[in-house]
Write a protein that binds this ligand. Structure first.
Ligand code: C2E
Ligand code: MG
Ligand code: MG
Ligand code: MG
Length: 283
């Protein structure tokens, strides 16, 4: 009887494993088809110098186009793709789009701009990821220094040594690196001294607090000072929506920001018309 139970149990595991495998590959297949059919689109949000409003870069943010043409936001699909271990297809597609955009802009004679891409912590752990990204850049003849890799702060749940090693690979390949969403509940001080980020993005939750409580101001001031002291990392405030936040950020010595106050993420065409064409004319 015990033997029988063992066999039953074994085939049960086998069945669920198979089902799991089939389900996974179905999601992967569907995703690759969606990518091929152009169902993903990249929007750009400017990063600006607060004092002058000058554009210093852009962040690529992915959206999925539904059959009726409406857009699905990334928070609704990225966690699923992460769970299914297929998110790297999206991240690499976005990178490829960004390379195409940079190429195209260069051909119009626009000034070169750095574009940031977000890498999921799942993608970050892919084998040889820095080289794979570098190869995409080479394919489009894009200099890696024009690409900034945003790593989200919750990546620090990954062992710090492992994250440092990945960061070194990106730096070695010539990419810029940015620490996204800093100041959320996972905030980690060690990460700032362990890794030479080019940029630290102060999370929207900190910026939201600026007008409401002194504590957020103290925290922001403290992070900005750390950025300056440790390796000259550039602090940039995320999710700025009000004039009040702008004034406080200026007082705290934060020179760069991003948020609806300046612009929502917009289509590549709108971004070009609004920010790049002006540059071309000015030259
Ligand atoms: P994130 O990288 O921290 O990007 C900032 C998010 O805040 C974006 O949401 C942006 O539209 C939004 N935002 C910017 N300024 C403001 C503001 O002033 N007010 C408010 N309320 N929101 C603001 P979005 O585009 O929905 O993206 C959400 C998250 O999805 C991103 O957070 C990023 O973690 C992830 N994501 C986006 N694109 C990609 C991608 O290509 N790959 C991966 N792995 N993740 C991505
Ligand atoms: Mg980001
Ligand atoms: Mg962020
Ligand atoms: Mg975020």
């Amino acid at each position: 009887a015990e033997d029988l139970m063992y066999i039953e149990k074994q085939s049960y595991y086998k069945k669920t494993l198979n089902a799991e495998y089939n389900r996974r590959s179905a999601v992967a297949k569907k995703l690759l088809r969606d990518i091929e059919q152009g169902r993903f689109v990249v929007h750009l949000q400017p990063k600006v110098e607060i004092e002058t409003g000058r554009i210093i870069g852009a962040e690529a943010l992915v959206r999925k186009i539904q059959k009726d043409g409406s857009l699905i936001m990334p928070d609704a699909f990225i966690p699923i793709y992460e769970l299914e271990n297929v998110i790297c297809h999206v991240d690499l597609y976005v990178l490829e789009e960004v390379c195409r955009i940079l190429r195209q802009w260069e051909q119009t004679g626009s000034d070169s701009l750095t574009i940031s891409v977000n890498l999921s912590r799942v993608t970050l752990m892919e084998k040889d990821i820095a080289n794979r990204i570098l190869n995409v850049c080479r394919k489009y003849d894009v200099d890696p220094s024009q690409i900034c890799i945003e790593i989200t702060e919750s990546s620090s749940k990954i062992r710090l040594e492992e994250l440092s090693r990945k960061a070194e690979e990106f730096i070695g390949a010539g990419f810029k690196i940015s620490l996204d969403d800093y100041g959320t509940k996972y905030s980690n001080l060690a990460i700032l001294s362990a890794i030479d980020f080019n940029e630290i993005k102060l999370d929207k939750s900190l910026i939201d607090g600026l007008e409401k409580n002194e504590k957020s101001q103290v925290l922001v001031r403290y992070v900005i000072q750390m950025c300056r002291t440790l390796n000259q990392m550039i602090p940039i405030a995320e999710g700025i929506e009000t004039e009040g936040q702008i004034n406080i950020l200026k007082n705290l010595g934060c020179d760069f920001g991003q948020g609806y106050y300046f612009s929502k993420p917009i289509s590549v065409k709108d971004f070009f018309n609004r920010y790049m064409e002006a540059e071309v004319k000015a030259n």
